[in-house]
Design a protein around this ligand. Sequence first.
Ligand code: GLY
Length: 569
Amino acid sequence: MKIARLLLVFTLLAQVAWAQRALPGSVYSATKTAESQRGMVVAPHPLASAAGVEILKQGGNAIDAAVAVQWVMAVVYPRAGNVGGGGFMVIRLKDGATAAIDYREKAPLAAHRDMYLDSLGQVMPRLSQDGHLAAGVPGTPAGLLEVHRKYGRLPMAQLMARAIEYADKGFSISEGEAARLNSFQEAYRKQNTAPTVFIKDQWKAGDRLVQKDLAAVLKRIRKQGAAGFYEGKTADLIAQEMQRGGGIITREDLKNYRAQWRTPVSGQYKGYRVISMPPSSSGGVALLQMLEMVEPYPLGQYGFQSAEAVHLMAEAERRAYADRAEYLGDTDFYKVPMDSLLNETYLRGRMADFNPAKAGQSAALGAGKFQLTKESFETEHTSVVDAEGNAVSVTTTLNSNYGCKVVVGGGGFFLNNEMDDFSVKPGVPNQFGLVGNEANAIQPGKRMLSSMTPTIVEKDGQLFMVLGAPGGSTIITAVFQVLLNVVEFNLDLESAVNAGRFHHQWLPDQIMVEEAALSPQVRQALTDKGHKLQSVKYMAVIKAIQRLPDGRLIGAGDPRNPDDDAEGE
Ligand code: GLY
């Protein structure tokens, strides 16, 4: 009786809290760590995680919740949430079956290999990053509709309800969101051909962001499915925007776009099975390569962030990113040697010249020289597990903050600047400092190579972890390190996510080190081995869920993003 009363009080309190949080414009706060016996959603914004949990409570599965989160993110997180971008989703169903869907943007049909080069063959600065020519054909609506068609349980209209409500009625923005919108005003004014709600003299905390045009786009998708975006009025608006701004995406590009089912890549690491995204992302392949390269070494004995461990892991990262630059691209266009890249003998051989006392030399692997730009690590990731044990790991992006900064006139959504993820010229770095080659050269209809690494991990055939991150090139190493923090260094999930991280991407030949990572002694020891260290404030932003042996779910959002929010069902 007493327990029943307590339960009732708890339920009522939960409902009050829910009602407060669910109201558009209400004051929301983010929870970094949550525990649940049932489902869990970890997303980059409290309104999005709340929408995911709401769908779980309404009987939706993890796929439904992930889709609802993505629609809400497109409204409340315009810097990376999107309908004008693309992404990847890895799924593990309760029976252990796995799937992956690739809804990465594609190069328009009028795109060509040298489209960002001048008559002398030099890269025209920022043309692949800013404005209409930087946009690839969006994939997000197609991806969400397709994944829902195959695995969804609740009607799509139900999954879109919160997003449409927030777009129609608005939601109040935080101080950080206001500051971010203010800092891009010049770019919005420069790149846009039509008035947009994002242009304003001064945004401040508590202002309501109302997006009527975007609401109309979402309603067309709700009513017509893919045709609501890729044909008819929305397609017309995109094509007209392109014509006004000198872009090349056409109605034909939009009509032809399809999301693509892929077979996830998977591999074993000391009793864990790691399931991740294959090309057109490099994330899964590079992650599995790094794990295989470090597996023979006693990392746990070396100790968390000891000089030995960091040196070994950085050398594995160096080698994986060198392979990424040479071999990885869209497998629909380029024969990626997946079997060789993931072959155990090859990977053990790759570490044959590893010297525990001395840093390797990226130049010896045939490198160019370049500067890293700091524009953005703006992507977004969501991890979801439902009460039945279905799991979803989904990462999506516009690439830079607010993509190419172009808002589709009358459509109200930002377009991506994903074309910059192609290798615009062999050896010339993109905004993340990544270089590429033939494998990732521009071709019409091809998907540009990504680093997004939505990942699911099993232990003894059971779900163990769901994780992923935004962070451009640093996503892969962040997933690698957080996983090892848990399975090798025995950190609890929150500590594993919070811990400072480091990153080597072959070129430039340096280890980027977060301010919070590595003791002065370890930094000195790495410098003594010949590593160059580059201090950075922070890199990728992990969202993870761990299933404990007793079945409890622990969700962890990353303090690197104030809005990261973990919500139990
Ligand atoms: N746009 C960043 C990535 O896909 O890796």
